[in-house]
Ligand binder design. Structure first.
Ligand SMILES: [Zn+2]
Length: 93
C-alpha cells in the first residue's frame, strides 16, 4: 500500500468520526437539551482521531502528506510538496 492510499484511508476514517461527532452532538441536543459537555466530548474524540494524521509522512523527506505549506487540508497530497516524491507509488521496505 502506498503512503497516499494509507493517508487516504485515514482521511475517510476522519470524515466518519467527524460525521459521528456531529450526529452525537445534535442527538444529545434533541434528547437532553444543549450541553457543552457533549460538545467537549465530541471535540476530544476528533482531536484523538486526528492525532493519527501526524503518522502519514513522506517516506523520502518526512513532510506530512496533509500539509500544503503552512496549511492543513483534509485530503493527502499525491506528490510530496517538498521533494516531489510520488506518494502513490507502492512501498517496498
Ligand atoms: Zn518528500
Amino acid at each position: 500500500m502506498s503512503p497516499y492510499q494509507r493517508a487516504g484511508r485515514h482521511a475517510k476514517l476522519m470524515m466518519g468520526v467527524l460525521a459521528s461527532a456531529i450526529v452525537f452532538v445534535i442527538a444529545w441536543d434533541q434528547l437532553f437539551g444543549h450541553s457543552s459537555l457533549a460538545f467537549t466530548a465530541a471535540i476530544i474524540a476528533l482531536v484523538f482521531a486526528n492525532g493519527g494524521m501526524l503518522l502519514h509522512n513522506c517516506p523520502t523527506c518526512g513532510k506530512n502528506l496533509f500539509f500544503r505549506g503552512v496549511f492543513v487540508v483534509p485530503w493527502p497530497n499525491k506528490t510530496c510538496g517538498k521533494c516531489k516524491a510520488d506518494l502513490t507509488a507502492e512501498q517496498h521496505p
